[in-house]
Design a protein around this ligand. Structure first.
Ligand code: F6R
Length: 249
């Protein structure tokens, strides 16, 4: 694991954008694994700016999102389909046919999960996976559990995740309780992983992820076993880490 501590959310986002852009320069037809939530918004802004100044090209890229709420239609403003369209896809030149997000309104969720895994495999697996992290150290919507869920699956969201995500909903009671999430194996099979975290609220999850044992009650701890992970943090998210583990930028 390479842990890079930056001074601010903006610096974290800029550094993540440099790594992301590097991936697309080296391999324009990269398969990108993408996240939603507040953490990657700064990264997506940077990527849009790079695209607008003709320094980034998504025309050959393929993307797979980590997760989607079950029960929401693609056009629902709270769906992750909508989030991605608003915050990235409609502002860069990725081809609509190259965008994959699990369908939360699929009639057969189990089949949707199987289909998602086979599509990822068919495209050659993920080259670069962007991850945020939950306060309970979830990645994707892989919640703390007594085992690591391997494949794309239906998740019953934990109370703390529902509460944390209520900030995105006009009516907090409307947060779905179920989601589809890429599994841990699919995430771990990504060739490179970029985990971003900012703010004090993530400090404990980051500490457990990096310094604790590998166990499914801290889902992100599995990343200790991946051979190419960059964790980019702001100072607040890194505040519980020993200095000698970090590279300060
Ligand atoms: C979202 C996702 C989640 C978020 C995590 C952090 O696609 O997979 O794991 O990355 O819940 O969310 P924020 O960034 O809103 O704190």
């Amino acid at each position: 694991m390479r842990i890079i501590v930056t001074k601010s959310y903006e610096e974290m986002s800029k550094m993540a954008a440099r790594i992301f852009a590097g991936q697309l320069y080296v391999k324009p037809a990269s398969v990108l694994g993408l996240a939603t939530g507040s953490t990657p918004l700064g990264l997506y802004k940077e990527l849009i700016a790079l695209y607008q100044s003709s320094r980034l090209d998504f025309s050959e890229a393929v993307s797979f999102n980590l997760d989607e709420y079950i029960g929401l239609k693609r056009e629902d403003v709270q769906s992750y389909h909508y989030f991605m369209k608003e915050n990235l896809f409609s502002k860069v030149n990725i081809r609509p046919e190259n965008i994959y997000i699990p369908r939360g309104d699929a009639p057969d969720i189990q089949r949707e999960c199987q289909l998602y895994d086979s599509l990822i495999a068919q495209k050659g697996g993920i080259d670069l996976q962007v991850l945020g992290i939950g306060r309970n150290a979830h990645i994707g919507f892989n919640e703390p559990d007594d085992k690591f869920e391997v494949k794309t699956h239906k998740v019953c969201l934990k109370e703390e995740t529902i509460k944390a995500n209520a900030r995105f909903f006009a009516n907090p009671a409307a947060v779905p309780h179920y989601a589809i999430s890429m599994g841990i194996k699919t995430i771990m099979q990504a060739k490179k992983i970029l985990l971003l975290a900012n703010g004090k609220a993530k400090a404990e999850a980051i500490y457990e992820t990096v310094c604790g044992g590998v166990c499914p009650s801290v889902p992100a701890s599995i990343l200790q076993l991946h051979c190419d992970v960059d964790i980019i943090l702001d100072e607040a998210a890194a505040s519980l880490l020993p200095n000698d583990l970090c590279k300060f930028n």
